[in-house]
Write a protein that binds this ligand. Sequence first.
Ligand SMILES: Cc1cc2nc3c(=O)[nH]c(=O)nc-3n(C[C@H](O)[C@H](O)[C@H](O)COP(=O)(O)O)c2cc1C
Length: 381
Amino acid sequence: MKPSLDIADLKEMARRRVPRMFFDYADSGAWTESTYRANEEDFAKIKFRQRVLVDMTDRSLESTMIGEKVSMPVALAPTGLTGMQHADGEMLAAQAAEEFGVPFTLSTMSICSIEDVASVTKKPFWFQLYVMRDKDFVLNLIDRAKAAKCSALMLTLDLQILGQRHKDIRNGLSAPPKLTAANLANMAMRLPWCLNMLRTKRRSFGNIVGHAKGVGDLSSLSSWTAEQFDPRLSWKDVEWIKERWGGKLILKGILDPEDARLAAETGADAIIVSNHGGRQLDGAPSTITVLPEIVDAVGDRIEVHFDGGIRSGQDVLKALCLGAKGTYIGRPFLYGLGAGGKKGVRLALDIIRKELDVTLALCGKRLIADAGPDLLYKGRG
Ligand SMILES: Cc1cc2nc3c(=O)[nH]c(=O)nc-3n(C[C@H](O)[C@H](O)[C@H](O)COP(=O)(O)O)c2cc1C
């Protein structure tokens, strides 16, 4: 792998190595992409207070998320089709996260299955659930996650219907890719990706094919997924899911203080302030803008996590200062994966850790637990 100094370097390397259809799938938001852009841009408006002559020895980024020890409070977010950024992508990313000491979350819409990931990891990972109309399939997924000893279930709340991403439609996104002339030409220039893909058997939705009724092959799969996301999902459903699961529960996709209060009443262990990385409601505010009011609304009744737009350790620190107990990265680890497989994910995490550590120290703090609003610059007068 060529040296990469920041997440932007990894993004450019991934752009050159991953077929356009899948690179664009990661690097896109809904409709005009205004919320996708705002997630990143609004971080840049927040400034730090530089402090000097403070003892900076014995620094630590160690923390906890839902009671689990983490080497830094940055988990890998659930992302669909990760095994198309790089062959066996979910297994590689899960291993990189495990070695680094941060949680990995497997998406329902992954290429590698729950069992695949369990077979190559030792520590428990987290599983993200999409609720489908086929309730037997959902119950079975929950049971499979339990059998694989997943230590948290993450229920995604903001995708009862799909936001539209123009690039996916233009590129004819599918897994595996349709072999049109344009796709073949694009893939021919990305030989290492193709060779790795030929070596693996994992090229479709591993949690679904062979598990959902009537889905045995690819043609039945595309019609199944198109109609399966359950538009009737409601707060009531959280109850039976929580009961069936019986373990730690994280509710993902909260963007409004009123919903945050309702989520706190469910007895879940954490909420994630998230707009799905700008992929659902275009025109919604950036997550970093709404984080403080959501933290205010729930107080200490539920742990507040955060995702959306994090591209550096500095962004992680800003979210922690504004009240998040933990954060997640989606695209940064996908770019690392596309750029260099497991090593690339590791590099993405290393880059973020270094930026987080140095920034914390230059703000005059040694422990990540000391991150608070006093580290942020509020202007003079
Ligand atoms: C390519 C891609 C696929 C995603 N798939 C899922 C998914 O399957 N389930 C889910 O809950 N969120 C999904 N998300 C949203 C992420 O979990 C997370 O909220 C988002 O990526 C955070 O923003 P960031 O990419 O700017 O870090 C996806 C995001 C991306 C970029």
